[in-house]
Design a protein around this ligand. Structure first.
Ligand code: PMP
Length: 394
């Protein structure tokens, strides 16, 4: 049987990580994988996470199974963090999932269960796991224009034009904030426009929010999503705690489904719990418990939010430094969009050949579409990257 398997296409980002590790150059720069790194290149455990883990080890009296939906305290705390005032408690179904990826997978399975013919609409470009999962599930996938390569911003007219073809019951995946890979984000007004369009079409938004707190702050990063949620009858939201709590390997995520009415809540919740049962039974609990402990303890929450602000501001600082270094070198603000982008990523707009030249001649590792992880930089490497970008003729 196993001899019938054919090789799967290697994950481009994981292949890039391996190539980076094998590169003997001392001044190589890793802008590949989407993990936050401090100025020394480390991804430390956040202070509040350490404290909550210590407390958990002391206080936890059992590791017996949780419910299929995970710990309700986690769902409550994280849905409040994401949805704030817009949280419709009587219409909100939640299940804990293995990371944000698990939430996307479970959410798409829920769509397929409810509306087998639905088309999944994705921004062009998007995080490659979105089309990969949807296609693996046998779902129809279409894309909408999103990025304006000329300005480095959102092509909102193109996006609206393409979404005009969305049918009732289709699902439109939107990045809650800090768009991956482009770094270009919708304004709150544009979120309003998208919400109106989707309501008019009768299609369902599915918001993937994996970087809350990495862009403009915890509440500002969720503002567009909250506007949308206040307007639409139904929505799906996949939240990840991997980045903003730095608990990548704990696999902590939440799928939220907003049902059209309180009467639909029970069946929705039941379907989501049953999908958990079918795929992995009980979701991982350790990270979820750490997150809910942090969010419901004033001291831990304050310390976590403060450390997250340090992380956010360090990325903003690197963006400013890189834009300034390029301004010095090219004598124009052509790369000003790098300072306007938000989150960990920016799409530089280099060709695959230029990306290859930067890797070969300068030891700069970025994804082939020229996505850069800004957190992979520090004050020393910013000028080196700026030199490489100019030398490669970007
Ligand atoms: N969505 C996007 C856009 C992402 O970039 C990521 C992480 N790379 C995720 C979801 C999911 O992250 P995780 O499964 O690690 O929580």
């Amino acid at each position: 049987m196993l001899t019938a398997l054919t090789p799967q296409a290697p994950d481009k980002i994981l292949a890039l990580m391996a190539a980076y590790r094998e590169d003997p150059r001392d001044d190589k720069i890793d802008l590949g994988v989407g993990v936050y790194k401090d100025a020394s290149g480390n991804t430390p455990v956040m202070r509040a996470v350490k404290a909550a883990e210590r407390r958990l080890v002391e206080e936890q009296t059992t590791k017996v199974y949780t419910g299929l939906a995970g710990d309700p305290a986690f769902a409550e705390a994280l849905s409040k963090l994401v949805l704030g005032e817009a949280r419709p408690a009587d219409r909100l179904a939640c299940v804990a999932t293995p990371g944000g990826t698990g939430a996307i997978r479970q959410g798409l399975e829920l769509v397929r269960m409810a509306a087998p013919g639905a088309t999944v609409w994705l921004s062009d470009p998007t995080w490659p796991n979105h089309p990969a999962i949807a296609k693996y599930l046998g779902m129809k996938v279409r894309t909408y224009r999103y990025f304006d390569a000329e300005t480095g911003g959102v092509d909102f007219d193109g996006m609206r034009e393409d979404l005009d073809a969305v049918a009732a019951g289709d699902v439109v995946i939107l990045h809650g904030c800090c768009h991956n890979p482009t770094g270009a984000n919708l304004t709150v007004n544009q979120w309003d426009g998208v919400a109106d369009l989707l309501v008019a079409k009768g299609s369902v938004p599915f918001v993937d929010i994996a970087y809350q707190g990495f862009g403009d702050g915890l509440d500002k990063d969720a503002a567009g999503l909250r506007h949308l949620v206040a307007k639409v009858p139904e929505a799906l939201i996949a939240a990840s705690c991997s980045k903003n709590f730095g608990i990548y390997r704990e696999r902590t995520g939440l799928l939220m489904a907003i049902a059209p009415s309180a009467a639909d809540l029970k069946v929705t919740q039941g379907a989501m719990a049953s999908l958990n049962r079918l795929n992995f039974s009980f979701p991982p609990d350790h990270g979820a418990r750490v997150v809910s402990m942090i969010l419901t303890d004033d001291g831990l929450r304050e310390d976590w939010a403060a450390e997250l602000e340090e992380v956010r501001n360090s990325m903003l600082g690197l963006r400013e430094q890189l834009a300034a270094a390029l301004r010095d070198r090219v004598g124009s603000d052509r790369f000003g969009f790098l300072a306007a982008h938000r989150g960990m990523f920016s799409l530089l707009g280099a060709t695959p050949d230029q990306v290859e030249v930067m890797r070969r001649d300068h030891g700069v590792y970025m994804v082939g579409d020229s996505r850069m992880n800004i957190a992979g930089l520090n004050a020393t490497t910013v000028p080196l990257l700026a030199d490489a970008i100019v030398a490669a003729g970007v």
